[in-house]
Design a protein around this ligand. Sequence first.
Ligand SMILES: [Zn+2]
Length: 170
Amino acid sequence: MDKWDERFCQLAKFVSKWSKDHARVGAVLVSRRGGDVTIGYNGFPMGVQDLDERLKDKDKKLAMVVHAEVNAIVAAGLRAQESTLYVWGKPICSRCAGPIIQAGVRRVVAKEPASETSEEWRKSGFLALEMFQEAGIIVHFYEGTPEFIPEIPWVRHEPEFIPEIPWAQP
Ligand SMILES: [Zn+2]
């Protein structure tokens, strides 16, 4: 994690507060060269109403909601290729892992599934990791327990993260 990783994680955290869901998740997708930043948070699709009745019915909500990661990817379009995706609030779920892989995201910085308190999310998070590993996506965790998955080499890779972006200069 370098300075820019921390900044984009902070930005994802900020964006997560815009969500109306009680589980607030924010995503920031940074294009390969660093110039384009696209954001997303979890919520219903545009035009679909945030009715209390929907937000409070868990099954209905889950069936309708678009996760922060997918919102950021859809907004980024082709700029998602070779990008880095920062997700704050929840581990990336297996439902989002598919679109993330298909969009060509190269690296994700996210919450470690082991640190997640909900059993369901944790399971989905581990499944997402399995998918990322097979698809060759670099994964970094911004928090968590180092004793988890020491045997998976890809979590120990040093970030090769865009030191040369022009607007990154102080
Ligand atoms: Zn998800």
